[in-house]
Ligand binder design. Structure first.
Ligand SMILES: [Zn+2]
Length: 151
């Protein structure tokens, strides 16, 4: 089997996590290179494409598309928002907005989402190397704020 099918590089393909079966999202290779611990990075096959498993109850974070290599939460240098409900876990990794900081800002009437949006629009964010999902955090921030406001 060829693990390096060019169509996988578009970011639109979906594939299932080998551990839980949920659809994964394609992540850029640079995300894995940036966030994997050295021991895990030493096993990375850079010729392959990888996907991110967003399932909160699954320990697998990244898995190889059309391959068997997988990386779990313990293989990353940072906690994974989707898989760790701790208050000290970042929602926005680039600007260090943890759940706790977002909640505090809300109590003070500050809009963390608007502040993050300003940075994103100014081209300051580096989600592909900071955020384990390899993509912009704003959807997660908006969802978390809705969740807090609904409590
Ligand atoms: Zn999974």
């Amino acid at each position: 089997m060829d693990c390096c099918v060019p169509t996988n590089r578009k970011g639109t393909n979906k594939t299932n996590c080998p551990n839980c079966g949920q659809n994964g999202r394609h992540v850029p290779l640079i995300t894995l290179k940036s966030l994997l611990k050295s021991a895990a990075l030493a096993t990375l096959d850079p010729e392959c494409d990888y996907a991110f498993c967003p399932n909160p109850s699954c320990v697998t974070v990244y898995f190889e598309l059309e391959g068997s290599l997988a990386f779990a939460v313990g293989d990353l240098k940072v906690p994974v928002f989707q898989k760790d409900s701790g208050l000290d876990v970042p929602v926005c990794y680039c600007f260090d907005w943890t759940r706790e900081r977002i909640v505090q800002a809300l109590r003070q009437g500050k809009d963390s989402l608007q502040e993050i949006k300003t940075h994103v629009q100014a081209g300051r964010c580096g989600c592909e190397v900071n955020n384990p999902q390899g993509a912009c955090c704003m959807g997660n921030v908006a969802a978390f704020i809705r969740q807090v406001n609904g409590m």
